[in-house]
Design a binder for this molecule. Structure first.
Ligand SMILES: [Zn+2]
Length: 301
């Protein structure tokens, strides 16, 4: 059963990287882009792939992780002596991020899940530092992603380059504003919004607790969910480059921005994964008590 356990565990890690649905939107956008330059007919495999993506999405949505782990490995009891009503951290136990089972941690705050063998930490080590580092790297990569061309189009020996924003403007001029909106949301609003949201969550953890933890957790879940949709423009470039290769007659090549933008998406996704949402729930010491202990200390010492 160890084999099926490993498969089930990998499934949980792979889910955010399954992007068949994003790919379909990318394929539709590229088809509309090409429609202006060439005559396009959709083959049967396009529709088959659409059905596959929808079914894949429905399958992953309908899979009940609790039921899956219960039928694979059973439901072991909670560790001896665990109490309800107090936090897991104070009892040195933690819920497994993959299968949800409550496990006792070693004195170093680490262990492996007794059910799915996932590595457990009371809090992900250096979560904030790693998230900040990945966010900074993403911000740096976002500059070349917007400055350099994302693709170069050669048509009858005539070469034109377009940036991400340039492509949106071009689509607007062509009159296909719904596609322009899709690309603008996926390539500008989603990545920038995600960077701002994650940076804000990291800052708020280090400072005061102004917004309640529940809505901050909701914001985190949202950034985790929307991040993958930024891949639309990367898929569009990949599809166009693969489809249109007729030499100097008509060809499309990717620009340096495509790689830079792809790395922004991957870096922000990794930043969301390394961010430990449990930190949101580690209640910071209220300011009044913090001041009190601060003034008390010299008296005690
Ligand atoms: Zn587990």
């Amino acid at each position: 059963m160890a084999f099926s356990r490993d498969i089930a565990r990998s499934l949980a890690h792979l889910t955010p990287w399954m992007m068949a649905d994003v790919f379909i939107i990318g394929a539709l956008v590229s088809l509309i882009k090409i429609a202006g330059m060439a005559h396009i007919e959709l083959g049967i495999s396009f529709w088959a792939f659409c059905v596959f993506a929808v079914l894949l999405l429905m399958t992953t949505q309908s899979l009940d992780a609790d039921w899956m782990w219960f039928s694979l490995e059973g439901e072991p009891r909670a560790p001896e002596g665990t109490k309800t009503g107090t936090t897991a951290a104070s009892q040195n136990v933690t819920g497994c991020p993959t299968c949800g089972l409550v496990n006792r941690l070693s004195s170093f705050g680490e262990n492996r899940c007794t059910r799915c063998n996932e590595k457990l930490h009371q809090r992900l080590p250096y979560s904030l530092q790693r998230t900040w580092a990945l966010l900074f790297a993403a911000v740096i990569m976002y500059i070349p992603a917007n400055v350099y061309p994302i693709m170069t189009t050669t048509s009858l020996g005539h070469t034109t380059t377009s940036t991400i924003i340039g492509g949106v403007v071009q689509l607007l001029q062509m009159g296909s504003w719904p596609i322009a909106v899709v690309i603008f949301v996926a390539s500008v609003i989603v990545p920038v919004g995600k960077l701002v949201a994650l940076a804000w969550l990291c800052l708020m953890i280090q400072r005061s607790n102004e917004l309640n933890a529940q809505s901050r957790t909701r914001l985190y879940r949202l950034t985790e969910f929307i991040g993958r949709w930024s891949m639309v423009d990367v898929f569009v470039v990949a599809i166009l480059v693969a489809l249109i290769r007729a030499g100097s007659l008509m060809s499309i090549t990717p620009g340096p921005a495509a790689l830079a933008f792809g790395s922004v998406v991957v870096l922000t996704m990794l930043a969301a994964i390394t961010f430990d949402p449990r930190l949101i729930w580690d209640a910071p010491t209220p300011r009044s008590t913090r001041r009190k202990t601060a003034t008390k200390e010299p008296v005690d010492g």
